[in-house]
Design a protein around this ligand. Structure first.
Ligand code: SAH
Length: 212
């Protein structure tokens, strides 16, 4: 059973995008996770296949229509997956929420464009709004890829034995200690001697202190 992402977007060609490289891409080839992009426009019923319209009350830009979004979302087999709208107004994404999502069956993710989406769609389908930070993107696609990548790297078998996610930033409530590798001298800057001492306890102590 794989972890399945279904993305509702006006730009399905953006997926898997960056998610097709390195360990995340390999994990998809191995069937650890899957990625299906659904074209929202396919659910537009008007003559000109409009997915957006002018904001009620006036103002600049366009708003994605609730009826089109509902039809697109309802076409997806949820199978217990959360319906998430990537939104600058959403709850800030945390490693704790990433862990929860990674432990589940996957996610159905709506990517907005223009000025955003009709509020009635969010209310009617009980949508979870998640933000990737206090700044505004042009669309939800990069935000969705951020969320998916954070989840997929936690799936069993993705990082392999080489990397453990336990020592990492946020996992213990602390940030990760600084890392070093060869060369021993870089522009006159040495690797902290304790890391070259071979004393595992001293190394662990140093790292704990740095993390604090
Ligand atoms: N007018 C809106 C911004 C729309 S940006 C506002 O002021 O809130 C267009 C789309 O980009 C949004 O619908 C959302 O899906 C996505 N987006 C923009 N910034 C984001 C962020 N920080 N986190 C997640 N998604 C974001």
């Amino acid at each position: 059973m794989s972890w399945d992402a279904t993305i509702l977007t006006l730009f399905p060609e953006a997926f898997p995008g960056i998610l097709d490289v390195s360990i995340i891409g390999r994990a998809r080839e191995q069937g650890i996770w899957s990625c299906e992009a659904v074209q929202i426009r396919d659910f537009a019923t008007s003559k000109h296949r409009n997915v957006d319209d002018t904001p009620a009350g006036g103002g600049p830009g366009m708003v994605m229509r609730a009826d089109v979004l509902a039809a697109a979302a309802d076409s997806v087999e949820r199978r217990g997956r959360s319906l998430i709208y990537m939104s600058p107004r959403g709850k800030p994404l945390t490693q704790a929420r990433v862990r929860e999502l990674a432990a589940g069956p996957g996610a159905v993710i709506l990517c907005g464009r223009f000025e955003g989406v009709d509020q009635r769609f969010l209310d009617a389908r009980d949508v979870e709004e998640i933000s990737i930070g206090d700044f505004v993107l042009a669309g939800g696609e990069v935000a969705a890829q951020t969320l998916i990548e954070a989840c997929v790297r936690l799936l069993p078998g993705v990082l392999g034995a080489s990397l453990s996610s336990e020592d990492e930033s946020f996992e213990s409530g602390l940030l990760e200690y600084p890392q070093y590798t060869r060369p021993r001298d870089f522009e006159g800057r040495e690797i902290p001697p304790v890391l070259l001492s071979g004393d595992h306890e001293a190394v662990a102590g140093w790292r704990r202190k740095q993390a604090l």
